[in-house]
Design a protein around this ligand. Structure first.
Ligand SMILES: [Ca+2]
Length: 550
């Protein structure tokens, strides 16, 4: 799932989102001082006659050091087949800094990292999808293995400082002790997460209108099942409704009954997080989904299939509706300039309070993507190396393609205007070199200003943008906010969370498939009691949630 997330970030970073107020982030001189969160500010180190700090690092400009005088190691997870990264070579040329990359498959990276931390033998930089808030608290706040970076950022890192000054970023990055322990990874992100896509060709074939209520939706699914909706001559191979096995997002449909919620069953009421997993609206949604299931309108493999099976059926045009991040994930239809034969399903029952949870406010802040450890000599050099990677054209290089090879400054355009060429026009060897996974270890922080979008002659149809626009009137005003968990509670919190999330998903499957009767009050009470047995109130208390909606 994390790999998928990385892929998603690419999509959103490339497509960009319109977020007012962030457009100026390309101005690297905007190193505004914000003393409100910092605790102590170390005195700046002296710069010698050569312009160097500590006799090794140039205080500003490029290169950062003299050739052959500095190298550092990075531990991260990555799925790159070659382990070669175009932009790392480019950064070496710019900075003279050597980087020793320790790449691990995501599946075992966390285990390896824990072993390394326990043994005391770890890299200078730890990064990727392996860190967590609780590790920042344990190894940063408590043990000092991860070092505080805010003073270094302020003194030497104008690009990172400008990112920290984007709305809400510094607050999210700052640990409860007032220090910033990680390098920020901020990117444009989608306002709408996984949503249902409906096959508009099928709708036409069964001669029905786009449904706008749950009742109409049910009628459409029935027609899909009864008729030869995909038009292949077989009236029995249609599966009216399915979902992405890794992100089923069925609980999101409780929004049709007035209770939009995240996959952790968290909703937002008046700007405050609240728990919705035992709400009457969610129960109503389960009852409705069970009714669809009983009529054979839902994929019988919905709770058991893997991605390959889901995609296989989607590729054979067997789905009328599926929940997905984008329709091409299951349709297998290559993205082109044309709209695909799928439309976003409207938010149903909108006339009766149907709502959808806003996923983000247009950007996301990842605060556990890279830390510098106490093993690092001259951490300033490492911070400056990342800061240089975040410079505008390097940011484009890491996320879209190198400037001068794939992206070109547009004559007469604004500061953000870079034309992207179709990489298929490059020779095969170069294509491989500049393919997304070979640009940069994509699990590490990178930055492309929010709102930036390459200029293209024939832009691909932006389905996600279309979904965002279409959903906007039905999205909640607020988003579910993540909080730092109190250090004393980190371990117990993560135990509660795992048990509660597992229980929520497992019970959802039992109710929808009818193995448990959601309409039976005793069964519902047993479901609620089960949560209490797993420590729901304690878990919510740690999360700072006081409102449990029934
Ligand atoms: Ca058929």
């Amino acid at each position: 799932m994390k790999k998928k997330l990385v892929a998603m970030l690419l999509i959103t970073a490339v497509c960009g989102t319109t977020l007012a107020g962030c457009g100026g982030s390309g101005d690297t001189s905007a190193n505004k001082k914000d003393s409100s969160d910092s605790t102590t500010t170390a005195a700046p180190k002296e710069v010698d006659a050569d312009g160097k700090v500590d006799g090794i690092m140039y205080a500003e400009g490029l290169p950062i050091v003299d050739e052959g005088t500095y190298s550092f190691s990075i531990f991260c997870d990555d799925s790159s087949a070659t382990g070669e990264f175009y932009m790392l070579d480019e950064l070496k040329k710019q900075t003279n800094v050597d980087v020793e990359l320790q790449i691990n498959a995501y599946e075992n990276a966390t285990e390896k990292l824990n072993l390394a931390l326990n043994s005391g033998s770890y890299a200078d930089v730890l990064g990727g999808w392996t860190l967590s808030d609780s590790m920042i608290l344990t190894y940063g706040v408590e043990q000092g293995v991860f070092i505080p970076l805010e003073d270094i950022f302020e003194q030497y890192c104008p690009n990172i400082s400008a990112i920290l000054d984007l709305p809400g970023v510094r607050e999210k990055m700052t640990a409860p002790d007032g220090h910033i322990y990680s390098i920020p990874y901020v990117c444009g992100d989608t306002t709408v997460n996984y949503t249902p896509y409906i096959n508009s060709k099928w709708l036409e074939n069964v001669n029905m209108e786009m449904p706008t209520t749950t009742d109409e939706f049910e009628e459409v699914l029935k027609a899909f099942k009864a008729q030869d909706a995909n038009g292949n001559g077989d009236p029995n191979d249609e599966i009216p409704f399915s979902t992405d096995p890794n992100n089923k997002s069925l609980e999101a449909m409780a929004g049709y009954f007035g209770m939009p919620m995240s996959k952790e069953a968290i909703t937002v009421v008046d700007g405050e997080n609240a728990y919705a997993g035992i709400s009457s609206q969610y129960r109503e949604c389960l009852s409705w989904l069970n009714k669809l299931y009983e009529q054979g309108l839902i994929d019988t493999e919905i709770f058991t299939q893997d991605s390959a099976t889901w995609e296989g059926k989607g590729n054979r045009d067997m789905y009328g509706v599926s929940i997905a991040y984008g329709s091409n994930e299951f349709s297998g239809i290559e993205q082109t300039e044309e709209k695909p034969p799928y439309d976003p399903l409207p938010v149903l029952n909108a006339d009766k309070g149907g709502k959808w949870l806003r996923a983000t406010l247009g950007n996301s802040v990842y605060r556990t993507q890279a830390v510098i450890t106490d093993n690092a000599e001259h951490p300033e050099i490492i911070a400056r190396w990342f800061d240089n990677a975040f410079a505008f054209e390097n940011g484009i290089g890491c996320t879209v393609g190198p400037v001068g090879l794939v992206c070109f400054k547009e004559e007469g355009g604004d500061e953000y205007a870079y034309r992207r060429i179709d990489i298929k026009t490059l020779d095969a060897e170069t294509q491989e070199k500049v393919s997304w996974s070979n640009l940069w270890p994509q699990s590490l922080p990178k930055y492309t200003p929010i709102g930036w979008k390459p200029v293209e002659d024939k832009p691909l149809y932006d389905e996600k943008k279309a979904v965002e626009t279409f959903y906007e009137p039905y999205l909640t005003k607020d988003v579910v906010e993540s909080i730092w968990v109190d250090q004393d509670s980190v371990e117990i919190y993560s135990e509660y969370k795992t048990a509660i999330d597992d229980y929520f998903r497992q019970q959802q499957a039992l109710f929808i498939s009818g193995e448990q009767d959601v309409d039976d009050d005793a069964a519902w009470q047993a479901y609620k009691d089960g949560f209490e047995g797993l420590g729901l109130s304690k878990y919510l208390e740690i999360r700072g949630i006081t409102n449990i909606i029934e």
